[in-house]
Design a protein around this ligand. Structure first.
Ligand SMILES: [Zn+2]
Length: 492
């Protein structure tokens, strides 16, 4: 019997900061797609005697993050050397922060405002990223290559408290944190490129006892892998405990291919790193005024934006959730809603997270690269909402906007899509439809009220999709009279 074994989970997230230069040298931090070892200098390739200089912007971004995560900010923070003996850091040590990180003791709320859980943030600190090693076969022999372009990129580490109780909560922590960093503009959140990576700590605890042996799973870079690695690891630990096998405190990796965690090395402890104060760098000091100034300048955070959008535009919690998942989308929605009057906020929200997102997805493009403005999009929705064009025509116009970038009015004109509400012209079409569909008319007169919708559909089709449905409905009712008493005979 294992009794009630509850998972105890904490995440450590590394995020590359969106600075122009590296953490301690002037090399460009925009290394993606660059040829190996082209963004390097004496300092970040580890030449002895090269002196580091602190990137102020990176410090400021870390401070912004610490404040957004409700941390206490240190008045004096310092860098330390962490001994590190792998070839991806050629100095033989990493400059990191050990005793005096920039922020401590904050928190992050998960879920929505109705049902949120709070996860503690132990610390937020700043360090430098490592280079990248790859093991390849070259001229028939196995060699290891190292690229120092990534070496020295500013890396912020956010250590979450072990407050999470399920793989879903851990996934939520990672995605909520990513959203916050993107709203702050401090990280691009690109998981595939490794701009954000998560390390997981997981152990099992019996009720009323200390957590069991803690296992770390390193370097997860997708929401799915965070969740899967935890599901796997919890199950593996449960089985070991119930079979009476001892668990080892160790670091494991996640294999996507094997859908399993794999032992890598036994866990290192702080002692192994032999931290000591970085002698080449000054202390960082934060004045109360500077901290207050940064706190004041923090942008609106996702949770605040969700409640504001609900309040100001009357949209549902679900719509607010979808829209604010992407800062660009939520900004686009707001600008569109302003131009869409008299359409409601909910109409704009539906168009935004419905057709707009679908077309973006299909064309694999982003809001930033749309060939039309939010105001164009808003006016399109106003045309549909005001029954100037049909809903179907609206979708057609949006697709044309994606292709040509023209304004909605131009496209409506060019494609001749404006809705027909000319009574005479529509009455002519209705009469033709009635004469061509005697069976449906008989059904209607025998009391099958739904037959009216069939005739309505046929009329709209005959008008090339332009007929105003509510006008057609009243003409049809006029021409046909009320339906008779319900038919006794089966329909058909
Ligand atoms: Zn450099």
């Amino acid at each position: 019997m294992t009794g009630e074994l509850v998972p105890v989970i904490g995440l450590e997230v590394h995020a590359q900061l969106l600075t122009q230069s590296k953490m301690f040298c002037g090399c460009s931090a925009a290394y993606a797609n660059a040829a190996p070892n082209t963004h390097c200098c004496d300092l970040c390739s580890g030449m002895p005697g090269a002196l580091p200089v602190i990137n102020q912007r990176a410090v400021e971004m870390t401070l912004m993050t610490a404040l957004a995560l409700h941390c206490e900010v240190a008045q004096i923070s310092k860098f330390d050397r962490k001994n590190y003996s792998y070839p991806d850091l050629p100095k033989g040590y990493q400059i990191s922060q050990y005793e005096q990180p920039i922020g401590v003791q904050g928190w992050l709320d998960l879920g929505d405002e109705m049902l949120s859980t709070r996860c503690g943030i132990i610390r937020v600190h700043l360090e430098e990223d490592t280079g990248k090693t790859s093991h390849v076969s070259l001229d028939g022999s196995d060699v290891s290559l190292v690229d120092y372009n990534r070496c020295g990129i500013p890396l912020m580490e956010i250590v979450g408290a072990p407050d999470l109780k399920s793989p879903e909560a851990a996934r939520d922590f990672f995605s909520t944190l990513r959203q916050i960093l993107m709203y702050l503009g401090v990280c691009d959140g690109n998981l595939q490129e490794g701009s954000m990576r998560a390390d997981l700590n997981v152990s099992l605890r019996k009720a009323d006892r200390e957590p069991g042996v803690k296992v770390e799973v390193k370097n997860l870079n997708s929401f799915r892998s965070v969740q899967r690695a935890l599901e796997y690891e919890i199950e593996r630990q449960r089985e070991a405990v119930s079979a009476g096998h001892p668990l080892v405190q160790e670091t494991r990796g996640w294999s996507e291919a094997r859908d399993a965690t794999i032992a890598q090395r036994t866990k290192e402890y702080a002692d192994d790193y032999r931290y000591f104060p970085e002698p080449d760098l000054p202390l960082i000091t934060f004045s109360a005024d500077r901290v207050a100034e940064i706190r004041q300048s923090l942008p609106e955070m996702p949770a605040e934006k969700r409640s504001r959008l609900r309040r100001e535009y009357g949209i549902t919690a679900e719509a607010a959730h979808v829209l604010t998942a992407d800062l660009a989308l939520s900004d686009f929605f707001e600008a569109a809603a302003l131009a869409a009057s008299p359409a409601t906020g909910m109409e704009v929200a539906n168009w935004s997270h419905g057709d707009l997102l679908r077309l973006l997805h299909e064309s694999q493009s982003e809001i930033a690269s749309l060939p039309f403005s939010a105001a164009d999009f808003g006016r399109l929705i106003a045309l549909v909402s005001g029954a100037r064009i049909s809903n179907a025509a609206g979708k057609q116009v949006l697709e044309a906007m994606f292709e040509t970038g023209e304004g909605p009015e131009t496209i409506v004109e060019r494609l001749n899509l404006s809705q027909m509400d000319d009574n005479e012209a529509l009455t002519e079409i209705v009469k033709t439809v009635i004469s061509e569909n005697p069976g449906v008319v008989t059904d209607y007169r025998r009391g099958k009220a739904a037959a009216l919708n069939v005739l309505l559909g046929k009329t709209i089709k005959a008008s090339g999709g332009r007929a105003n449905p509510s006008v057609v409905r009243s003409i049809l009712e006029n021409e046909l009279g009320l339906p008779g008493p319900p038919s006794e005979s089966p329909a058909g």
